[in-house]
Design a protein around this ligand. Structure first.
Ligand code: ATP
Length: 223
């Protein structure tokens, strides 16, 4: 959802392993311009064959001239998806940041790797395996959460089943904002969602509602 008002952003992905390919493919599907790069020619050709990036270039990202020639420094967001090659990952991040790229997201494969990436200027460090593990644990223990969008590490939008306790009550009666610090963005009505529901709308168990709030407050929902 963070891309809603950033329609003309362009992304470059360095490293086309499983993670890099997934980033490329998802951005491409959403209609963004994505340049994919890797040192391995076969992986570069593969993303073009599979049509998961608009452009793809073979290059060694530890060489600043190669990055410059490929136009990487013109992108406002560069994703460095090199997990296993610590040295290459650090040097690439340093190169891209030193050249002035505004947003650099780098994948870390360990805590120390993450710290190093931050030290050389990464604006955001992601730990995909760790984050996926945490998200899975969340969904396993809170099966009523149908979908979840993390706005930042502390705040989320979640789609949950209306809890038993809320059944037959109106949004006003529940006082979600006062009692839980949460806001209901939408309520499922059959196949469709009613967006910005009025306070007098009654909730029904088994239907879905979309709620925004801090993770701490969301944890307190009786689901
Ligand atoms: P996965 O997402 O599959 O778990 P990973 O993050 O562990 O992958 P790595 O094996 O670390 O992936 O590398 C990702 C890609 O980065 C590989 O395809 C590799 O060829 C590429 N790569 C490594 N060094 C460089 C470099 N110097 N320049 C460009 N690409 C590189």
């Amino acid at each position: 959802m963070s891309n809603l008002n950033q329609g003309n952003r362009q992304f470059a992905v360095i490293g086309l392993g499983r993670f890099g390919r997934a980033v490329c493919g998802s951005l491409h599907k959403m209609g963004y311009e994505v340049l994919g790069t890797d040192i391995d020619e076969k992986l570069v050709a593969q993303v073009l064959t599979d049509r998961i990036a608009s452009h793809a270039v073979q290059l060694d990202s530890t060489e600043p001239t190669a990055l410059k020639e490929a136009g990487i420094f013109e992108f406002d967001t560069v994703i460095i998806a090199i997990g296993n090659f610590l040295q290459e990952s650090i040097i690439t991040t340093l190169n891209v940041k030193e050249a002035g790229v505004a947003h650099v997201v780098a994948k870390a494969s360990s805590e120390i790797h993450g710290k190093l990436l931050e030290r050389v200027g990464a604006d955001r460090v992601v730990f995909p395996e760790y984050e996926a593990g945490c998200a899975l644990a969340h969904t396993l223990t809170k099966p009523a959460i149908l979908d979840r969008f993390d706005l930042d590490p502390d705040n989320s939008i979640v789609e949950v089943l209306v809890p038993e306790e809320f059944h037959g009550k109106t949004i006003a009666e529940l006082q979600l904002r006062n009692r839980y610090g949460l806001n209901i963005l939408a309520v499922g009505e059959g196949e469709k969602f009613e967006i910005n529901p009025l306070p007098n709308l009654k909730l029904h168990k088994g239907t879905a509602m979309v709620v925004i709030g801090s993770n701490k407050d969301l944890q307190r929902l009786p689901i």
